[in-house]
Ligand binder design. Sequence first.
Ligand code: PGA
Length: 260
Amino acid sequence: MAEVIVLDTKEAGASLVADHIAGLARTNPAVTLGVATGSTPLPVYAALEERAANGADFTQAAAFALDEYVGLPDGHPESYAAVVNREVTQRLGLDTARVHVPDGTLSGIETAGERYERALTEHGGVDLQLLGIGTTGHLGFNEPGSSFASLTRVKTLTERTRQDNARFFDSLDQVPMHCVTQGLGTILRARHLVLLAFGEGKAGAIAQAVEGPVTASMPGSAIQLHPHVTVVLDPAAASALQHRDYYRWAQDNKPAWQGI
Ligand code: PGA
């Protein structure tokens, strides 16, 4: 099962994850990170920016984004290409040539999934994939019903996800209807999954993803099929977990050499 780590604040969780990533980059400067957008991973990027200011070197690292909206004008500040550039590439000092985001441009959208899968495969895959979870349980933009074998493809967002993301746009109407997202099968190929969730609003999705039945109706439950998963939570996001006392016990008694 996944390792579940509950820390008092999201900053503490972010710091743990950033230390681990900085360690990976020390051992392998060409480490490949899978990067997520949304609010959840922002404290990790802030912590990594601090590590970079203190000597961590990410200039040889590569990054692959999970997803992109379809049809936003080139350079739109809420396109995930722009968000990844702003929040990850610039802050960590990545080389833009090594940062990849699915192509959400309308012309050629039919082949966007295939092209992204090819780029991932030719690159050699992702070492560590950061993940958030939607209130619908989505990973990337794989909404309920997505196949666990799915690859990068165009999907339709749920109304709930469009409403959740409307805060980044001037109005709900401006939130795209479609996206290109890595599939659950794509995500499961990453060598280590790190799922982050903070706040009470994520408690239900986290409990179902970590402890509920493995079902396409809860895309987050796909993590139960992966051999190396770390779930990093604050107490509010952990509040609906049935076995949280055990996770705390395991965390407190973990051999230091195990890392995450
Ligand atoms: P959030 O989104 O980090 O902004 O809550 C997570 C997600 O939709 O996967």
